[in-house]
Design a protein around this ligand. Structure first.
Ligand SMILES: [Zn+2]
Length: 290
């Protein structure tokens, strides 16, 4: 399923949260500029992107396909529902089973008549410091879908919170934790908190790299050093979660290539092993999708 090369595990190519957020910047719709940045990603060795935009986030498969085709980067598309308040109205009306049927159709038959099948369930999210009743229902529908299809699940935590509760839920349903990644854990800024999930056996994502206004990259580097020391780096993914026009290079943002231009040099400078970088960007995603 993956092409031989690096994989960024939590990105958006087209996403539109501008309605709920009432901010035009949250409509990432700069296709030409995205293609340019993706060609650069290709030069940096990236061959796969996990695109975690799902139903209710403005997912646009034809847009994604064009970017993929013009850049040469393989894209894994997602199914599922994000979190409150971004759910389509029907999420409140349908039960777990019915929501799971929608996801299953996208996995087995394809998304929106495009023929493109979803390769991952996510990003399935919880709110800050709580999992609301409807979010819990969506998590359960994602679990049902996973148990029936074997497709992996990627989650969203709000500022890193509720990660332990998410893991607990997956364990309750006896989900194979080799197929679960907990997202945005770096934003917790708390190494012990992340280690607990790693010892439980899930994958975790440092997927907000470069968002220094939320958390300094220097802290991400320190946390990764500790995880490397504990020999748990084979359960970590790296990504940037670009979601806004202002995140893009053309508008003065850091751009999708920041990870290669700035962050990896920081890791090397801090003494993180080359083999660990290879694992986080290549081997670990390969094992996850096996
Ligand atoms: Zn997210």
């Amino acid at each position: 399923m993956l092409k031989d090369g690096y994989t960024l595990m939590h990105e958006h190519i087209f996403i539109d949260l501008s309605g709920v957020k009432k901010l035009d910047d949250c409509r990432l719709d700069c296709k030409d500029e995205t293609i340019e940045e993706f060609k650069e990603l290709y030069k940096n060795g990236v061959r796969n992107i996990t695109e975690v935009t799902n139903i209710g986030m403005g997912r646009d498969i034809n847009y994604i396909r064009e970017v993929s085709k013009k850049s040469g980067i393989n894209v894994i598309c997602a199914t599922g529902f994000y979190k409150e308040p971004f759910y389509p109205e029907f999420v409140y009306e349908k039960n777990e089973k019915a929501l799971s049927e929608i996801m299953k159709k996208e996995i087995l038959e394809g998304i929106d008549e495009t023929g493109t099948k979803a390769g991952i369930i996510g990003e399935i999210g919880s709110s800050k410091d709580k999992i609301t009743e409807t979010e819990l229902k969506v998590f359960k529908s994602a679990i049902i879908t996973h148990l029936e299809t074997g497709i992996p699940i990627t989650t969203h935590t709000s500022l890193g919170t509720m990660g332990h509760e998410q893991v607990k839920l997956f364990k309750e349903y006896k989900v194979n934790l080799d197929k679960i990644v907990i997202g945005h854990v770096d934003l917790s800024g708390n190494t012990e908190y992340i280690l607990k999930m790693l010892y439980d056996g899930v994958y975790v994502e440092f997927d907000t790299i470069g968002k220094n206004n939320y958390l300094l990259d220097d802290i991400r580097v320190e946390m990764l050093k500790e995880i490397e020391k504990r020999e748990l780096i084979d359960r970590v993914f790296l990504s940037m979660d670009i979601t806004r026009k202002s995140n893009m290079k053309y508008s003065g943002g850091i751009g999708y290539n920041y990870i290669f231009e700035v962050f990896l040099p920081k890791l090397r400078e801090a003494g993180i092993k080359e083999s660990s970088i290879e694992k986080m960007l290549k081997t670990n995603p390969e094992n996850f999708y096996k």
